[in-house]
Design a protein around this ligand. Sequence first.
Ligand code: DX5
Ligand code: ZN
Length: 221
Amino acid sequence: MPVQAKIGPSILNADLSNLAAESQKLLDNGADYLHLDVMDGTFVPNLTFGHPMVKSLRNKIKTAFFETHMMVQNPEQWIEPMADAGVNLYTFHVEPVQDVVRVSRKVQESGMKVGLAIKPGTEVQDLEKYLSIADVVLVMTVEPGFGGQSFMADMMPKVKWLRENYPNLDIEVDGGVGPKTIHCCAEAGANMIVSGTAVVGASDQSQVIKELRDVVHSYLK
Ligand code: DX5
Ligand code: ZN
């Protein structure tokens, strides 16, 4: 099936004390899914939230598609709790994982889709041996850890390579993506767009989400 344009706002820089309302607002404004940034203070130098918070959010928001972006040292540890919390797509970084295939299988056995993420310093070809098992590949366009950083355009060759070789793969970009950088991502072949500050901080979220989706759509064959 051909890939579709999907916009997944990152709630990292939203008012986390008001997460359910902030998330619902993004969905009402046209978000296709929610990108939930989980950080453990070890894999990245920052700390956010874990499965109890995701489960509470799921209790308030029953049907939306949830992706957790696991910026954690031991993603295997959180598979079951996140599946139980109602996560749909479990995206983890391959860098600290010894047996990516085994962890991916566990994710799928627990009923979630598998996303494989790479940091800017990781070669995209390192993922090739796992692409038959991955549902999504996430190419980071900033160093993971913080919202509001500048987009790294030099990551686009990774996206291009993936799109050229895997026309039906869901390719996600994350970090510094907004109306100014979306053309670059869409042209390279990204179809799943994470956008934090550019969407959450917008005075008209629905307009920005629509703009991002329209640009991606215009490049999809
Ligand atoms: C960074 C996170 C991103 C971040 C995106 O480590 O993975 O999801 O929140 O935020 P912006 O779009 O502001 O860079
Ligand atoms: Zn993220």
